[in-house]
Each structure stands twice: as structure tokens, then as C-alpha cells.
Design a protein around this ligand. Structure first.
Ligand SMILES: CC(C)(COP(=O)(O)OP(=O)(O)OC[C@H]1O[C@@H](n2cnc3c(N)ncnc32)[C@H](O)[C@@H]1OP(=O)(O)O)[C@@H](O)C(=O)NCCC(=O)NCCS
Length: 322
């Protein structure tokens, strides 16, 4: 095998690396056909890569063998303090022909990131390539988050007896506001330990009162013994701030939120609510339904795969310094 040459990523690498990215996406779609076909086009992939390159403070590395590009890694920081002194390699920021070269690329790119004080590293990796995921694990990364998809098709399962699900009405706003706090509360606890802020009930009530009639969102509630025990929200994936670039399938609905009060968890309410959102997506004409979860969220990481979601991208994380 010829020697691997590594150097910082520059604008001169964009075109060749755009082709590598389109090739990666083609392989990804062979395993996960619900992903968008658009990014198999090298020009479309190049536009995504160029956008990643033009993100403020983006930097990375590229690898060549015998003058031919064999991989790149390109990251940029997110301004939110939620992620710490961070660098993110998003879905368009990585493609390799040989998974092992990922480790050389990271070694070059991460030297600069750490010099800049960016010690919290995040990378969004396509799931189809087990060796690629393993290469990142052998760089000290662990799995933090999962993106997933399923076809918009009516699930065979019905609502469990005693757990009717219906569209929310304004009278449900107090329960919806309380349920909105349940997700960040749950995420703040072990073993997720998310740094996300838990808002106040007053803020949640004010938001629900102002936004309740927004036609872009379909809100459902599950009831048990006549009381609301959980809620879920469906919308178009375009409304999500995540699932960007190659991780954004076309014509996709989004299971954007779900929570069940702690006393009612594990009794089928989450399944019934998720099913209602999938049903809504079918009726609304979407081709697929997307969701995502923290993999350390024991409840969500069991409930959503059980409902038929399969992983498309994993977000891996490494914190340098300890
Ligand atoms: C995630 C959540 C909405 C799921 O709702 P739920 O009512 O607890 O879930 P369900 O009882 O419907 O269980 C759904 C599936 O999860 C699986 N599951 C639930 N508990 C499980 C366990 N302890 N072990 C393995 N699988 C389990 C089951 O397969 C179940 O499917 P089944 O109906 O075929 O048995 C709920 O637990 C919750 O509010 N969690 C906190 C907030 C949150 O995490 N929201 C989602 C953010 S992405």
C-alpha cells in the first residue's frame, strides 16, 4: 500500500472530497434507502461539504495515497455553551475509503482543535459502516446519541386497552406544560447527565398558550383513567434544528417530542403515543418518520427501537483532558 499523506484540509480539497462524500452516502443508502438520494450526486454532496467548510472556525484534515484522496475529517464549533468548548464533525464532515485512515485524520485535525482549547469533540457517523464506528471507538469516542428512521406506514399494533390517545385540546395545556419539563428532568438524571436547562412551569405554560394553534405541529395526549399521562408531538422534519444535511431525509415527518409521567411509564403509553405520531405522518403524506434519542436515556433508547425505528447516524463524543 502506498504511503498515506496527511495535511490540513483546504479549499483545494473540496471537489475531490465532495466525491468521497457522495460515494459514502451511496453506500449508506444501500443499507438505509430511506435516506435522501440527492446527496449521491457529487455536486450536491460538494455543496454540503462547502457549507461545512465555510462554517466559522472550521478546520480538519485530508489524506491522500499516490495523489488520490482517501479521506477527510472536517469540524467546526457550535456557539451554544451546552456543548462545552466544542468541535462538531457533522454528517457532511467525514468520508474515508479505508476506516483505519480515520484515526490518522483525527490525529492531525484534533491537534489543532485541542490547541485552540476545543476539548469536547462530537462526530456524527453513519451507522452502516461498523469498521468506521470502531475506528472512532479506538480514538477514545463513545456513543452519545442516535438518529433513526422508519417508513411512514401504519404500525400493526393498536392502542393498548385503557390507554386512549387523542389530539390535544387547549384544556390539556396545564398537563402539556408539565410533561414538557419531564424530558429535561429525566435527561438531567443518571445515567444521561445532560446539561440541558430545565425551564419553569410558567415558561412552559406561556409557550403552550401562545403556540397551541400552530398548524405545523400535531400534538397528541394519552389518557389513563380519564387523566392525561403523556404527550407526543409530530411535525415536518424541516422544523427540527437537528438531522442536518446528509442526515435529513426528504419528505420526512418527525417524532419531535414525547414524555410520559413517571408513574405511568412502562405501561404502553409511549408506544401508543409514538404510534399516533406515525399514523399522523402517514395521513399527512410523509414518506418516512425520523426521531432521535440520547443512548444513555434508558427509556427512549428502548421505546423507539421497539416501535420500529432503526439507526441511521450515531453521534459519538470524546472529552479530552482526563
Ligand atoms: C420514552 C417514553 C416516552 C416511553 O414511554 P413509556 O410509556 O415509558 O413506554 P412504553 O411502556 O410504551 O414502552 C415502549 C417500549 O419500550 C420497551 N421497553 C420499555 N421498558 C423496557 C425495559 N425496561 N426494558 C426493555 N424494553 C423496555 C418495550 O419494548 C416497549 O414496547 P412493548 O410495548 O412492545 O413492550 C417514556 O419512558 C418517558 O417519558 N421517558 C422520559 C422522557 C423521554 O425520554 N422522552 C423521549 C425523549 S427522546
Amino acid at each position: 500500500m502506498s504511503r498515506t499523506e496527511l495535511r490540513p484540509f483546504t479549499a483545494a480539497d473540496l471537489a475531490a472530497c465532495g466525491t468521497l462524500l457522495a460515494d459514502r452516502h451511496r453506500r449508506h443508502r444501500a443499507a438505509q434507502p430511506l435516506l435522501s438520494a440527492r446527496f449521491e450526486d457529487a455536486a450536491v454532496a460538494l455543496a454540503e461539504l462547502t457549507a461545512a467548510y465555510e462554517t466559522p472556525d472550521a478546520s480538519g484534515a485530508v489524506a491522500y495515497r499516490a495523489g488520490v484522496p482517501v479521506g477527510f475529517v472536517l469540524g467546526a464549533p457550535k456557539p451554544s455553551p451546552l456543548w462545552g468548548p466544542n468541535i462538531w464533525v457533522e454528517a457532511a464532515g467525514l468520508a474515508v475509503t479505508d476506516p483505519e485512515v480515520t484515526r490518522d485524520l483525527y490525529a492531525v485535525a484534533a491537534a489543532r482543535w485541542v490547541d485552540e482549547g476545543r476539548t469536547a469533540h462530537y462526530v456524527v457517523v453513519p451507522t452502516y459502516d461498523a469498521e468506521l464506528v470502531r475506528a472512532w471507538f479506538r480514538l477514545g469516542f463513545g456513543q452519545q446519541h442516535a438518529h433513526a428512521i422508519q417508513p411512514a406506514a401504519r404500525p400493526g399494533t393498536g392502542t393498548p386497552a385503557g390507554l386512549p390517545v387523542r389530539r390535544a385540546t387547549r384544556a390539556d395545556i396545564p398537563a402539556l406544560a408539565q410533561l414538557e419539563l419531564e424530558l429535561p428532568l429525566h435527561h438531567g438524571r443518571s445515567p444521561t447527565f445532560s446539561a440541558g436547562r430545565v425551564g419553569t412551569l410558567e415558561e412552559a405554560l406561556a409557550e403552550w398558550t401562545a403556540d397551541f394553534d400552530n398548524p405545523g405541529y400535531a400534538t397528541f395526549v394519552a389518557e389513563s383513567d380519564g387523566r392525561v399521562v403523556g404527550s407526543a408531538i409530530g411535525c415536518a422534519l424541516e422544523k427540527s434544528s437537528g438531522h442536518l444535511s446528509l442526515a435529513r431525509p426528504d419528505h420526512a415527518g418527525f417524532l419531535g417530542f414525547a414524555a410520559v409521567f413517571p408513574h405511568a411509564r412502562g405501561t404502553g403509553a409511549g408506544r401508543a403515543l409514538g404510534t399516533a405520531v406515525i399514523d399522523w405522518a402517514v395521513t399527512a403524506g410523509f414518506d418516512s418518520v425520523v426521531t432521535d434519542w440520547r443512548v444513555t436515556n434508558l427509556l427512549a433508547s428502548r421505546a423507539w427501537p421497539a416501535l420500529g425505528f432503526s439507526e441511521t447516524f450515531l453521534r459519538l463524543h470524546r472529552l479530552i483532558g482526563y
